[in-house]
Design a protein around this ligand. Structure first.
Ligand SMILES: Cc1cc2nc3c(=O)[nH]c(=O)nc-3n(C[C@H](O)[C@H](O)[C@H](O)COP(=O)(O)O)c2cc1C
Length: 223
């Protein structure tokens, strides 16, 4: 397929902040209060109401023992006044990174409403009981798929499909929780709310605190 223009030209024709007008001014009206955590959930639901697909998907960045970062998308399973929760195998790359270095960052982007939230904090294993509860709430397909996770390379896709079939025949409704399946909680130390503005003077409000029980301090940032 031939497409005219250089890569640079083609990238520059793609518009940004298309959804901004619809949300202009909302930041000040329903701006987050003393604790930023509940507002994360509210922004997820606002994005969902605007039609954003998978608004509860966030990118999670971890850093390995030698300082090399990596990121991937995960679903947020719950948010309370102190934590955001996600689940994944402890022997995955991110799980091994967190075991070596608990510092993580997380990020949401909702283009339909011109908003993003960035989070910096630490992640911690929530223990077997919480992890098994999380696993039990997953659909059968994703419980079976969790058993497909192994360290090391996969020889070919057919091998994974055959293994998925074997697991499906082996387990009925009761799919056991793999010992590595782990619910993690992120304890944020920094949460930044960002909202695009049609005049390009975008809004930024950051919350920071030093320890888990300290009060949050909030300040505006230059765009
Ligand atoms: C929308 C979306 C949601 C995902 N949700 C999860 C999840 O909740 N848990 C998980 O382990 N992987 C999830 N994944 C897959 C991860 O992005 C990643 O590929 C996988 O966990 C391996 O990551 P790692 O090798 O860096 O540990 C999701 C991917 C996408 C695109």
């Amino acid at each position: 397929m031939h497409v005219d223009g250089t890569m640079r030209d083609r990238l520059r024709t793609i518009p940004v902040f298309v959804g901004v007008d619809a949300t202009a001014g909302r930041f000040e009206d329903d701006g987050p209060a003393d604790n930023p955590l509940p507002a994360i959930g509210e922004w997820i639901f606002a994005a969902a109401a605007a039609g954003q697909l998978e608004p509860h998907a966030m990118s999670l960045c971890t850093v390995d023992a030698s300082g090399v970062p990596s990121s991937r998308v995960l679903i947020v399973k719950d948010i309370d006044d102190e934590h955001l929760y996600f689940a994944t195998p402890s022997d995955s790359r991110k799980g091994l990174d967190i075991a070596a270095n608990p510092h993580v960052s997380a990020h949401f982007h909702w283009p339909l409403v011109g908003r993003q939230i960035r989070i910096v904090g630490t992640a911690a294993d929530q223990g077997r009981a919480a992890s098994e509860d999380d696993f039990a709430e997953r659909g059968r397909g994703s419980r079976l798929a969790a058993h497909l996770h192994r360290p090391g390379p996969l020889p070919d896709r057919r091998t994974a499909l055959a293994e998925f079939d074997r697991l499906g025949s082996r387990y009925g409704d009761e799919v056991p929780c793999p010992p590595t399946w782990t619910l993690y909680a992120i304890t944020p130390a920094e949460v930044e709310f960002w909202e695009a503005s049609a005049d390009r003077v975008h809004h930024r409000l950051v919350y920071r605190r030093d320890t888990r029980h300290a009060a949050w301090r909030r300040e505006l940032l230059w765009p």
